[in-house]
Design a protein around this ligand. Structure first.
Ligand SMILES: Cc1cc2nc3c(=O)[nH]c(=O)nc-3n(C[C@H](O)[C@H](O)[C@H](O)COP(=O)(O)OP(=O)(O)OC[C@H]3O[C@@H](n4cnc5c(N)ncnc54)[C@H](O)[C@@H]3O)c2cc1C
Length: 425
């Protein structure tokens, strides 16, 4: 099979990249599960936007401070300055961000933000955005989406990428040749026992990049979210209690129902404080109280979270809920420039699998949907501009025997990733 652009992953990064490519290019998006099963659909809190010029400095500083000043300042500036255009685009696709009675956009706040600058749709902002991108992609004749098609490896020869080896839903392996390949394969939570991510997100893009000597960066920068719902039940995925709950006033308590931290510190610090408190108290969780939030606001803004707590027997906000930190986000990844190009020609990486330096050592809340889409569009722009200079090579007759044992291949991928995380590559 031959396409112009192969996109691996159907989260907000992959879909938005496809939507920004010319309509005369033949685009194939493959996805390991169904489209609705991506972390983009799980995003609760919201998406940051530069409200007006007067907030630039404060937004920039909040992002840099949360990232321990290890961020790439050019990437941060690019992201912030592109945010208003992205929001216009999304509204054009039908995304419905919360508004006040006069129709003005409403903003909420999360930890480490010194201002309210986060757009939201109840507590299902990611679903609202990504489902509209998906609807738009389905309308385009030049975009084909294949569910349960898994990228096994990328095809790289003489420093150029020519597509990927893919396992189709019928279990057969196939070669997909492309002028450009875009890795939009999301995070690495699936390799951790406790994570808020979908289990099939196992950092495949990063692992195959390492196999082919494509540069990666800060692979050890893994974010642990301070507050996921603690459950005695064996759960597939840890349920996130969004930081915007704390942004709106929710408070953390120890086993003696005493506060022990400022709830609005950056994520990594709140996580450290919770872990230290759990160790001191000998407990498996701490408590979160949503009482300080007005009941009406709570029901209006966080229906999904309240529903989950009720399902588990907690009558919110009257009762506190047990929360515990869990793996959440991957700041490192495949090293890319501001156009999302990797160190391999004709290979791009966008979204959580890429590292353009926006997040530094610790991501500021609600910057990742924004970052994913801003830099996905930039990748599309560069591919469009340079398409005619690409080289295409038919590799359909390549030897597929190295992939005959996919269990072993995937196990090796996990080991490669864990080793890179250990070494801090
Ligand atoms: C619970 C939760 C809440 C969050 N809340 C927020 C928030 O409020 N605001 C915010 O900005 N960010 C939030 N985030 C982070 C944000 O959702 C993600 O960083 C972002 O959606 C990543 O988008 P993506 O397109 O890169 O990856 P994803 O949306 O995860 O998509 C990855 C895609 O790659 C596919 N894939 C993976 N491997 C392969 C393979 N080998 N072959 C084929 N396909 C493959 C997957 O099937 C999937 O389609 C949250 C994350 C979680 C988990």
């Amino acid at each position: 099979m031959k396409v112009d652009v192969l996109i691996v992953g159907s989260g907000c990064a992959g879909l938005y990249c496809a939507l920004n490519l010319p309509k005369d290019k033949n685009i194939l998006i493959i996805t390991k599960d169904i489209v609705e099963h991506s972390d983009s659909y799980l995003a609760q809190g919201g998406m940051c936007m530069l409200k007006d010029e007067s907030d630039f400095e404060s937004y920039f500083n909040d992002t840099m401070k949360a990232g321990h000043y290890e961020n790439n300042p050019d990437a941060v500036t690019t992201m912030i300055n592109s945010s208003q255009d992205l929001v216009k685009d999304l509204i054009g696709f039908g995304v419905d961000f919360a508004k006040d009675e006069e129709g003005n956009l409403l903003f909420t706040r999360e930890g480490a933000h010194s201002q309210k600058r986060i757009l939201f749709h109840e507590d299902i902002t990611g679903k609202e955005i990504t489902s509209h991108l998906y609807e738009e992609a389905k309308k385009r004749d030049n975009i084909t989406i294949k569910e349960h098609w898994t990228m096994v490896d990328i095809i790289c020869q003489e420093d150029k990428c020519y597509g990927a080896v893919v396992k189709k839903d019928d279990e057969n392996l196939t070669v997909i040749n492309a002028n450009y390949t875009v890795l939009a394969s999301g995070g690495i939570g699936g390799i951790y026992r406790h994570s808020t991510n979908y289990r099939h997100l196992t950092g495949d893009g990063v692992a195959v990049a390492i196999r082919h000597g494509v540069k990666v960066e800060h692979v050890d920068y893994v974010q642990i979210h301070p507050t996921t719902f603690y459950s005695e039940r064996e759960e597939d995925r840890s349920f996130l209690i969004s930081e915007s709950v704390r942004g709106e006033g929710a408070l953390l308590y120890d086993k003696n129902y005493k506060r022990f931290t400022n709830e609005l510190l950056p994520r990594d610090i709140v996580t450290e404080n919770i872990k230290a408190q759990m160790k001191k108290d000998g407990t498996k969780h701490v408590w979160l109280s949503m009482r300080p939030i007005e009941k009406e606001q709570l029901e209006h803004h966080f229906p999904n979270i309240i529903g989950h707590c009720k399902e588990h027997g907690y009558n919110v906000p009257e009762e506190m809920i047990p929360v515990v930190p869990a793996q959440h986000y991957f700041m490192g990844g495949i090293k890319v420039n501001l156009q999302s190009k990797t160190s391999m020609n004709q290979l791009y990486a966008v979204g959580e699998t890429a590292c353009n330096g926006v997040h530094g050592k610790n991501r500021l809340a609600s910057n990742s949907l924004l970052e994913s889409m801003v830099f996905a569009k930039r990748a599309a722009g560069e591919m469009t501009a340079e398409f005619d200079s690409t080289e295409y090579r038919n590799t359909e007759n390549m030897d597929l025997s190295p992939y005959s044992d996919l269990k072993k291949w995937n196990k090796e991928n996990k080991e490669i990733l864990l080793e890179a995380i250990d070494k801090g590559e």
